[in-house]
Design a protein around this ligand. Structure first.
Ligand code: ATP
Ligand code: FE2
Length: 322
């Protein structure tokens, strides 16, 4: 038995197929890109409409499955851009009707967390989620995923990209800054941690000022060392507070080797198991939607064909019933 999951919250239209016992078969996607990396909702909607059938058909073909073998259709209900969410929802309803399958709408952010458990084998970690937009510390407590800490302004990925754009590094700047930082020496940056929250916009301003007097390699080194130390501090605090024994790093910034080294050292010193979600499953994709659909379906939930999108649903709105 298999679930076909559809992702369409933002730039990615994805389709993933996973078996009921957690075997991942395919992860197909088409990603909307624009030269300035902005997202015009109407353009994204058009992109998804144009690519939906192709992505789903490719997934079915690569999985070598017939529709008889699909037992469930899941889709991203939110949070996200309404015009693109609607494309995924309509496609899911259309397929559920056509092939007479149960349907389930799920929360995209929760799926980012639970796919991490599937691919890492972790049961109950503290999640450090560091992507473009998001910088969050999340953990399960009393049957909800609670956001224990987050950025008070911009996500770390966006902060790196913002500095990089001004410094002429192009987009995305994270990987380029990582390379430059290896050749640099530390310069001081403002360190901004409040409880389990962090803030990065002051660092972007500081980095721009420093560029006038310091080498770019040194600015990148100081920026990274400071931002990553802040993440280590809030992760350590969340681990101490929750008493959990696993730390899972999610999001595009997880590609950074220095961040991994620093988190690894912190975890080793505390006797905490530490893993990173592989890049294939850390960005937006259909596999995580499929797996989350399965978890909730197996726990007894399903929707009817009148199911709608939930563009503003938060991670901690979802009852963890699985
Ligand atoms: P969302 O918008 O949902 O938060 P996203 O698509 O913006 O997600 P991801 O694809 O998870 O984000 O991550 C992209 C970010 O990761 C970019 O900001 C990029 O600069 C950053 N990044 C990628 N590789 C590295 C690296 N090696 N070091 C630091 N940052 C990196
Ligand atoms: Fe996402």
């Amino acid at each position: 038995m298999y679930c076909l999951g559809i992702e369409s919250t933002a730039h990615t239209f994805g389709c993933g197929i996973v078996s009921f016992d957690g075997k991942i078969l395919v992860n197909e996607r088409a990603v909307y890109t624009s030269p300035d990396k902005g997202m015009i909702p109407e353009e994204v909607r058009k992109h998804h409409l144009e690519n939906a059938d192709k992505v789903i058909n490719n997934a079915m073909q690569k999985a070598k499955l017939s529709w008889k073998e699909i037992s469930l259709i899941s889709f991203s209900q939110g949070p996200g851009l309404s015009p693109s969410l609607i494309v995924g929802k309509n496609k899911a309803i259309e397929l559920a009707k056509e092939h007479d399958k149960p349907i389930i709408g799920i929360n995209h952010c929760v799926a980012h967390l639970t796919i991490g458990n599937l691919v890492s084998g972790f049961k109950d970690p503290v999640y450090l989620y560091v992507s473009g937009v998001n910088t969050q510390i999340v953990a399960l407590q009393n049957k909800r995923f609670r956001v224990f800490g987050e950025t008070l302004d911009i996500g770390l990925g966006n902060a790196l990209d913002k500095f990089g754009r001004n410094a002429g590094l192009g987009f995305p700047a994270g990987p380029k800054m990582e390379e430059l930082a290896k050749k640099g020496k530390y310069v001081e940056f403002p360190y901004s941690v409040k409880g389990m929250d962090v803030s990065f916009s002051g660092m972007v301003n500081k980095a721009q000022q420093l560029l006038k007097t310091e080498k770019i390699e040194d600015v990148c080194c100081g920026f990274q060392e400071t931002a990553f130390a802040m993440l280590c501090e809030i992760a350590e605090r969340a681990l101490a507070y929750t008493g959990k024994k696993e730390l899972l790093l999610i999001g595009g910034v997880a590609a950074n080797k220095r961040l991994n080294e620093m988190l690894g050292m912190m975890c080793e010193a505390r006797g905490i198991k530490y893993k990173i979600v592989p890049m294939e499953y850390t960005g937006d994709q259909g596999v995580m939607i499929s797996w989350q659909g399965l978890l909730e379906f197996k726990a007894g939930r399903k929707d009817n064909l009148e199911v709608d999108i939930r563009p503003y649903e938060r991670t901690d709105d979802v009852d963890v019933i699985w």
